[in-house]
Structures are given as C-alpha cells and as structure tokens.
Write a protein that binds this ligand. Structure first.
Ligand SMILES: N[C@@H](CCC(=O)N[C@@H](CS)C(=O)NCC(=O)O)C(=O)O
Length: 305
C-alpha cells in the first residue's frame, strides 16, 4: 500500500488537524509543503480546481477536505473513530460546528500581531499583500458569514466553556480521542500556539487536553517535492471502485463538485463513484495519467456540466 502524501503548509490549522491525527495514528507519511495561496499549479494538476488545503494523495487517488482524508487515515491505521462516518450523530454535529463556525471565529480572534509576524516570516512582502487580498476575497465571496468580527470572541469563549465542561475524561467524548478532538484542536492551536492568545488560560482542563493532543506529535513525515508527488500519481492507477458505489444515475457524466461554504472553486471530472459520504471524479491531467479525486458530499454541491 503506497503511503499517504499530505499537501499542506505550516500555518494552516486544518493541516495541523491532520498532522496531529497522523501522529495519533502513528503513521509514516510523505510531506509536500505547498504555498499559502494559489497559484499552486502542481496541486491544481492533482486536485483539479479544489482550492483549499490540505489535500492528500495515495498513489493516483486524491482526497480533498479533512473529512475525506481522515477516513483514509482511519482505514490506514485501523482506528475507525478517526472517520466521521463511524462516529455518533452527536460527535458529527460537534465536529461540524468546530470545523466551520468555531474555526471562522478563531481565525478572526487569531488576527494578532504574532500571527502577522509569522505570516511576514513565511512570505515575501508582495506575497503578504497577495495573501491578505486573497483571504479578503475568500471572505467576501463566502456563503457562510459566521458570527462576524464582534461575535467572534464571545463565540470562541462559549466554545471553550463547552469544551471545558465536556472534558470529564481525557478526551472530549471519552478515554480515547475521536474525529471531534482533532476538529476542536486545530483552531485552538491556531489561536494559542500560533497566535499567542491567552484566551484559553482560563480553561485548565482544555489546556491539559491540548497538551495531550500536542503530545501525539506528527507521526513520521518524510519530505518530498510536489513534482515527485505528481510523478507518483502519474505512475499509479487509481484504486478500483466497488460496484455498489457505481449505481448513481449520473455515473459516467461530466460533473462539477463545489464547496458550498467558502473557497467555492469547482473540481470538474467524470463521475465514477458515489459512496454515502463522497463523490469520486475521474480526471485526466494534461500531462498524462488518470486520477480519481474524492470529495465529500456534505457541504459540497454536484452539478452536471
Ligand atoms: N472543510 C475544509 C476546510 C479547509 C480550509 O479551510 N483550509 C484553509 C487553510 S487551513 C484554506 O484552504 N484556506 C485557503 C487556502 O489555503 O488557499 C477541510 O476540512 O479540509
């Protein structure tokens, strides 16, 4: 089985969600550092338009969105609790709020001078300006408006109070972590570890849980270039799709799949699979090869092209 390749960048909270998950899963993986904003031509060749990060790849199968990637990590590691499809409705609801509303609130709360300094260190001055312009554009075009600047801090504090009261055991839903712990961790990591915020200091159980999460580390990453990752995809065949996942009436049609919340850039391809949780599109990048791109159904819309 080829290793999972993660396309990510250091400051990205959703990438941290998966890096820590890979640590918990104790997996070896390959790491491709991508830019903080488009253009990312080699990643675009793989994911076909999908503009968010992280993206993962196993051979010629490309996985968009941390929910889809987490299911792959769950199967690779034999830890089903990492895949949302194996979690209860309560866990799924908690993770969904943490990954969207709380994340957007934390990004607003996290806009500290320390974050600005980190962004400045990671990029040249022209790129800092492009980055700011890019994120303003994402915000203006977003379909979810979140809680707004004034509502952000109270929303984060309400979330922290909920997390604190949940932590009667070592993890949010019991003695072992599940997907929701990782969904909750990454935004708090962003404001505390990246942004230097002291907001969490008033929540001792949450602080101790963050340390437990951090202690999982990042697994065993090995750096590869984006070119090598693309070559690995070109040299591989996408994995076979179960006949029961080839029953959708649109199988064989050209479709687009687009996020409905923010970063609404479509991925276009031939629909070759549909599971209860995901769409699978076949794409043939210009320079050869055949890829299967897996995108979640939740918070994405599929249209016939
Ligand atoms: N629902 C997505 C959210 C991913 C997301 O919002 N990622 C941020 C970075 S942490 C992003 O893509 N920002 C724009 C960019 O990097 O171009 C997931 O679970 O993967």
């Amino acid at each position: 089985m080829p290793e999972l390749i993660l396309h990510h960048y250091p400051l990205s909270p959703f990438s941290e969600k998966l890096r820590v998950m890979l640590g918990y899963a104790d997996l070896s993986w390959q790491s491709v550092i991508t830019r903080e904003m488009p253009p990312r031509p080699l990643l675009e060749a793989l994911a076909g338009g999908y503009r968010k990060v992280p993206v993962a790849q196993i051979g010629a199968d490309v996985f968009c969105d941390t929910r889809t990637i987490a299911s792959e990590i769950a199967s690779l590691s034999g830890k089903p609790e990492l895949g949302l499809e194996h979690c209860s409705a309560e866990v799924r609801e908690f993770a969904a709020a943490a990954d969207l509303e709380v994340f957007l609130a934390c990004v607003m709360v996290g806009g500290t001078s320390k974050i600005t300094q980190r962004v400045r260190e990671a990029m040249s001055l022209p790129d800092v300006l492009r980055f700011a312009w890019d994120r303003i554009g994402i915000g203006l075009r977003a379909k979810v408006k979140g809680v707004g600047i004034r509502g952000a801090r109270p929303r984060v504090l309400r979330h922290l109070a909920e997390v604190e009261s949940r932590l009667q055991q070592d993890f949010l839903f019991g003695a072992q972590p599940n997907h929701a712990d990782f969904s909750t961790y990454h935004s708090l990591w962003f404001i505390r570890d990246m942004g230097g915020s002291s907001l969490i200091d008033a929540f001792p159980r949450t602080l101790a849980w963050m340390e437990r999460m951090k202690a999982f580390g990042h697994g065993k990453p090995r750096s590869v270039s984006a070119e090598q990752a693309l070559e690995i995809a070109r040299a591989a065949e996408p994995r076979a799709i179960d006949p029961e996942h080839r029953q959708d009436t649109l199988i064989g049609s050209k479709v687009s799949v687009t996020p409905t919340d923010y970063g609404q850039v479509p991925t276009v391809g031939i629909l070759v699979g549909a599971t209860p949780e995901r769409w699978i599109l076949m794409r043939e990048p210009r320079d050869g090869g055949r890829l299967h791109v897996h995108l979640p159904k939740a918070d994405f819309v599929l249209k016939r092209v």
